[in-house]
Design a protein around this ligand. Structure first.
Ligand SMILES: Cc1cc2nc3c(=O)[nH]c(=O)nc-3n(C[C@H](O)[C@H](O)[C@H](O)COP(=O)(O)OP(=O)(O)OC[C@H]3O[C@@H](n4cnc5c(N)ncnc54)[C@H](O)[C@@H]3O)c2cc1C
Length: 459
C-alpha cells in the first residue's frame, strides 16, 4: 500500500519532492519544542495548487490521511504526523504574488514566511498586522490555519481580521478560490474565516489575500519594571484604557526574566518582580505621550526607553528570546490561555498555585500578551517527574482557566495537545456543528484527522 501511494505521490510532485528516508523526513516529524515526535511514510512537497490537489487526491485514493505543514513552528502538536500520516509540506509553494497598495492588500502563497510578507508590505510603505517571534519560519498558511495572534493583536487583531480571501484544496478534493473580491462583499458563507483556525482539518490553504495596514514609523518602546506582578497587571490595565497608540503590551514575570538573563545574557538593566514591554507607534513621535503615561503608573521600580531601531530591538530581545531560553532548559509543557482582562490577576495566581501543587519543583515561566488577556504558561518538569504529571498540570491549568470564563487556547490552537479539554470551553451543540462541517468538507477524514476535533467518546 505505501509503495503504491509513494509512486502516486511521485507522479504528482516529481521524485525529488517525495521524501521517504527517515534521515530526510526527520525535520518534518518532530515539532519545534521536541515534545511531539511522529513518523511518516512520505513527505510530499507540491509547488502549485494543482499539485496540492493531486496529493490530496492520491491520499484519498489510498485512504491514507495527511497533515499539512508550513514552517513547523506550531506548539500544539497539530503539524506533525503523530499517527503515521503523509506530510504535505507547503515549503515549495512560497512567494508574495502581488501587492496592491491602493486597496492595501497582498496575495501570498501559503508557504511564504511571515517575514517575507512583512518585507513586501514595507516596500510599499505598508505593514502586515500580524507579527510573532517565529516570523522567519512561520508561514502564511500556518498562521491562517491557526488564526495566529501575536505581538500586534492589541492593535490589529489576529489573522482572521487580516484575511480578505483564500484559496484552498478541501478534503473532499475540490479547490475553492475567493481572492479578488472587492472589499465590500456579502455573497454568502465566509470560507476564508471558516478555514482560518481550522488547523488543517478541513483542507489545505494554498493562497491568501491579506489586508495591510499603514506603517507607523515613529516608535517608542519602554521596558518597565514593577515591584509586584499585581502592580504590573494594574499598570497594563491603565495603559490599555489610555488613549496611547499601543502597538504591543507584553508582560514578563520575574522568574522568566531571570531565566532569560541566565540562559541568553545580558539580563535586563534593572531587577524587578515583573516587567512590561510597551510599544507605541504613530505618525508623530509617541514618546511624550508614552512618558507621561508611564509617569502616572504606580509601582514602577525601573524604566528604559528607546526610540531608535537598534535600541528598540535590544529591548524587544527580552520578549523575543523567552521561548528559545526556555527551550534551553528542557522540553516545556506549553499552554496559552486567555481570560477577560479583569480576571488576569486571579488567573496568574491560580495557575501558580495549581502548578506548584501538582508539580512541586517544576520550573514555571509566565509571560504573555497581557494587553489581550493572554497568558503563556510554560512548565519545565523535573527529570524525575512521573509520566502523567504533564497531563495533570495541563488539566489543572485548563480547568482554572475555564472556571474564570477563559479560553484554553488564546492563539496556538487545539492541535493534538489540547483535545481532551476542548469540551471545557465548547458545548455539545458546538462540537456537533464542528463535526458536521468537518464531514461536509472532508468526508473521508483525510485532512489532519487527529487534530482539533475530539472523538465524541472522549468528552
Ligand atoms: C518562538 C515562537 C513564537 C511564537 N509566537 C506566537 C505568537 O505570538 N502567536 C501565535 O499565535 N503563535 C505563536 N507561535 C506559534 C506558531 O508560530 C504559530 O502557530 C504559527 O501560526 C504556525 O505557523 P507554521 O507555518 O509554522 O505552521 P505549522 O506549525 O507548520 O502548522 C500549524 C498548524 O497549521 C496547519 N497548517 C499549516 N500550514 C497549513 C496550510 N497551508 N493549510 C492548512 N493547514 C495548515 C498544520 O496542519 C498545523 O495544524 C510561536 C511559535 C514559536 C516557535
Amino acid at each position: 500500500l505505501t509503495g503504491a501511494l509513494v509512486a502516486d505521490l511521485r507522479e504528482v510532485v516529481g521524485d525529488a519532492n517525495v521524501l521517504t528516508a527517515v534521515e530526510d523526513t526527520a525535520g518534518y516529524t518532530c515539532d519545534w519544542t521536541g515534545r511531539f515526535q511522529g513518523l511518516t511514510p512520505a513527505v510530499a512537497r507540491p509547488a502549485s495548487t494543482a499539485e496540492v490537489a493531486g496529493v490530496v487526491a492520491a491520499c484519498r485514493r489510498h485512504g491514507v490521511p495527511l497533515v499539512p505543514q508550513g514552517g513547523n513552528t506550531g506548539l500544539v502538536g497539530g503539524g506533525v504526523p503523530l499517527a503515521g500520516e503523509v506530510v504535505l509540506s507547503l515549503s515549495r509553494l512560497a512567494g508574495v504574488e502581488s501587492v496592491d497598495p491602493a486597496a492595501r492588500r497582498l496575495v501570498a502563497l501559503a508557504g511564504t514566511p511571515l517575514a517575507a510578507v512583512e518585507a513586501a508590505a514595507a516596500a510599499h510603505g505598508l505593514a502586515y498586522g500580524v507579527d510573532l517571534g517565529a516570523r522567519g519560519s512561520a508561514t502564511i498558511g500556518g498562521t491562517v490555519a491557526t488564526n495566529a495572534g501575536g505581538l500586534r493583536f492589541v492593535r490589529h487583531g489576529g489573522t482572521r481580521e487580516q484575511l480578505a480571501g483564500i484559496e484552498a484544496v478541501l478534503g473532499n478534493g475540490s479547490t475553492v478560490a475567493h481572492l479578488g473580491a472587492p472589499a465590500k462583499d456579502n455573497t454568502g458563507y465566509d470560507l476564508a474565516a471558516l478555514l482560518c483556525g481550522s488547523e488543517g482539518t478541513l483542507g489545505v490553504v494554498t493562497r491568501a489575500c491579506l489586508r495591510l495596514v499603514p506603517r507607523h514609523d515613529e516608535r517608542a518602546v519602554s521596558l518597565l519594571g514593577f515591584a509586584t506582578p499585581e502592580a504590573a497587571l494594574a499598570a497594563a490595565a491603565a495603559l490599555s484604557a489610555s488613549m496611547l497608540p499601543l502597538d504591543a503590551l507584553e508582560m514578563i514575570w520575574g522568574p522568566t526574566m531571570a531565566l532569560l538573563a541566565r540562559e541568553l545574557p545580558p539580563g535586563p538593566p534593572f531587577d524587578a518582580a515583573a516587567y512590561l514591554l510597551v510599544e507605541c507607534a504613530d505618525l508623530v513621535d509617541p514618546l511624550p505621550a508614552l512618558s507621561a503615561a508611564v509617569d502616572s503608573l504606580a509601582g514602577v521600580v525601573g524604566a528604559a526607553v528607546a526610540t531608535d531601531g537598534r535600541r528598540r530591538a535590544e529591548l524587544w530581545r527580552y520578549r523575543d528570546e523567552i521561548a528559545p531560553a526556555i527551550a534551553r532548559v528542557g522540553v516545556p509543557v506549553k499552554m496559552d490561555v486567555s481570560v477577560p482582562l479583569p480576571a488576569q490577576r486571579e488567573l496568574a495566581a491560580s495557575v501558580s498555585a495549581v502548578v506548584t501543587g501538582v508539580a512541586p519543583g517544576a520550573g514555571l515561566y509566565l509571560f504573555g500578551h497581557v494587553g489581550d488577556g493572554n497568558l503563556h504558561v510554560n512548565v519545565v518538569l523535573p527529570a524525575s517527574a512521573e509520566r502523567d504529571v504533564a497531563h495533570r498540570v495541563e488539566d489543572a491549568v485548563y480547568r482554572v482557566t475555564a472556571d474564570l470564563g477563559g479560553s484554553i487556547s488564546a492563539e496556538h490552537g487545539i492541535g493534538t495537545a489540547k483535545l481532551p479539554w476542548l469540551g471545557l470551553v465548547r458545548s455539545d451543540a458546538e462540537l456537533a456543528a464542528f463535526r458536521a462541517i468537518k464531514s461536509a468538507l472532508d468526508p473521508d477524514s483525510i485532512c489532519n484527522p487527529h487534530c482539533l476535533l475530539p472523538p465524541p467518546f472522549t468528552r
